[in-house]
Design a binder for this molecule. Sequence first.
Ligand code: HEC
Length: 159
Amino acid sequence: MASRTVGTGLIAWLVAGLLVIGAWPPAMEAAAHEPSQPGSASDARVRLDLKPDQREAIKLTMREHLETLEAIVAALGRQDYRKAADIAHLELGFPKHHEAMQREQGAALPKRYQELAIEHHQAAETLAEAIATHEMTPILRQLENTIRACTACHKAYRL
Ligand code: HEC
């Protein structure tokens, strides 16, 4: 009984010690690999130099992009390939690019940003073509490519 108390006491001291030096809980190690805090010194994303209206225009387009992905997945779930392909083309492909550019009112966006924008619209056009095959494996592969084109830009730029 006495040795058990000593053992428990030792463990309590050990845990307290690790907490003090910040080495516990072990999950903290995983947290180190998470994205850095927005705007912190370790946030390597390039900040876009925009006017408030242009910033709001980009955010609106972005929220629509996310809703579009939702609508595409919903249509695919219903096997409504026609609708899914139409949405991918009209709402995420090059027609959407033109709408977004009009909204942004000549915002001075870096060349690489513009290339990433084109790449994601191109990915959506290729997705529309993949959807036309009615085969889930190529469709999912291209859906992944399309979403990766979103995250590629998110990793590089911020407002
Ligand atoms: C060419 C660059 C680019 C592409 C491509 C892109 N985004 Fe964004 N998106 C941004 C930037 C920049 C922000 C602002 C991020 C920040 O400041 O942390 C953003 C923010 C967002 C937000 C937050 C909007 C808000 O109201 O705050 C959503 C949602 C979003 N993007 C969805 C998407 C989706 C979905 C796609 C792909 C279909 C996509 N984005 C493609 C650049 C891009």
